[in-house]
Design a protein around this ligand. Sequence first.
Ligand code: NAD
Length: 487
Amino acid sequence: MPIMSKGTLNNLIGGEWVPSSASATLPVINPTTGDKLADCPLGTHADVDAAVQAARGAFKTWRRVPAIERARVLFRFQALLGEHKEELAQICTTEHGKTLSESLGSVRRGIENVEHACGIPALMMGESLEDVARGIDCATFRQPLGVFAAVVPFNFPAMVPLWFWPYAIATGNTYIVKPSEQVPLTTMRMMELALEAGMPAGVLNMVHGGKDVVEALCDHPEIAGLSFVGSTPVARIVYERAAKTGKRVQSLGGAKNHIIVMPDAPTKRGVSVAIDSVFGCAGQRCLAGSVVVGVGDGYDKLRDGLVAAANEIVVGDGLKDGVGMGPVISAEAKARIVKAIDLAEREGGKILVDGRNKTVEGYEGGHWLGPTLIENVTADMTLAKEEVFGPVMALRKAKDLDEAIAMVHASQFANACSIVTDDGGAARQFKYEVGVSMLGINIGVAAPMAFFPFGGTKASLFGDLKAHGSDSIRFFTDTKVVISRWS
Ligand code: NAD
């Protein structure tokens, strides 16, 4: 069967594309044009159970496949992703709206995870020691645990699923992906390529849906672990609910990332780091800067530079050359972001650049917002506290680095934070004192590569093991200890 039947997307179960048992669907909308691309079924508990049974069946044989052979499937998948990267970026821009170069960047970041997971024979090795007592040896083996699942957000359909399933499968588990119902198409194309690479039936499955499917994944007794990425309120619910059935859970939530610009930093660099971070992907990145803190007497020049640069950003169709920012994901997201800007204004913020009434000629159905820059943001304002997840920059002033760091620590979130400076002492104080997990020094988007762990603390991550890097191998395996005495 093809990946969709009469415009409705199919699930991938046991190596076949099969219709969902759901009657309800949600339209997948191109945010640039407003056109419908497909209908995504809002799946059911029965769909989840069918995927679990397929994955459980496949686990029996897949876990016995030698690690090097499991890696070979991923090597072939990596090659196919490379051959199809432009096509994947095109699909990503069409369903998500980000620019083609941003989509391509996210496909590359996804591929790097597959490349890293290809090293599984070395990554998965245990440890051993002879004579832990006289004549007694001890060894650890990393073993797969069974069926794992991921629930992913709308903002990186090419990359975020690849933070998880290549590692889970490389370590011998089997898998179920629940893509975002807003952007399922890029992930589906990747699933097709995985099948083409020789992924055995049932090893990798996909179930479409929303809240019901997520709850069924949390509750299913035959799923060993769940990885979630999305907003903090849902991340918290998923963490608690999935843990109730004894699952391993890693649940990555939202963010409110600060960019501290020190007075010694060249204004040009401060402006470019902050603008790229805040407005790239229309602010829909968990690593996007959202509060820019100008320290000391560099503030006025920084503000003027930011206003000029924000006004220069070309908003439009991400498939076109020269466009710097695409639309936001949906009409609902646009309404929510406009409401956050209105509230910031009512709470005392001064709007320096206003993107609320943005239109793009020829694209009247698109979900447009221009870059927005708000000054005079104080600690008590909602804009200083809550995630907006859109192209909105809050601008704050601090007298020194200590005050800027106190602003960072006042946040409930601790995902990413950046400093722009040429002062080594300031950079070291920042690195040492800031209690946020992903730090950038003269880097505005502090994205760890595949071989390092990705994730925050506080309300940005529920759980202890992060995505990819060595954390991922620990998450997807049990460390079995064997103590032996042979006389
Ligand atoms: P979301 O929380 O609305 O949805 C995420 C997933 O959860 C989707 O698959 C969705 O179907 C499901 N879901 C939604 N509501 C649910 C509910 N009530 N119960 C159960 N499941 C539910 O997030 P989103 O809008 O898709 O993505 C944006 C959010 O993701 C932002 O908050 C962003 O910061 C966060 N994010 C975090 C990271 C990170 O690494 N920490 C990375 C990317 C995105």
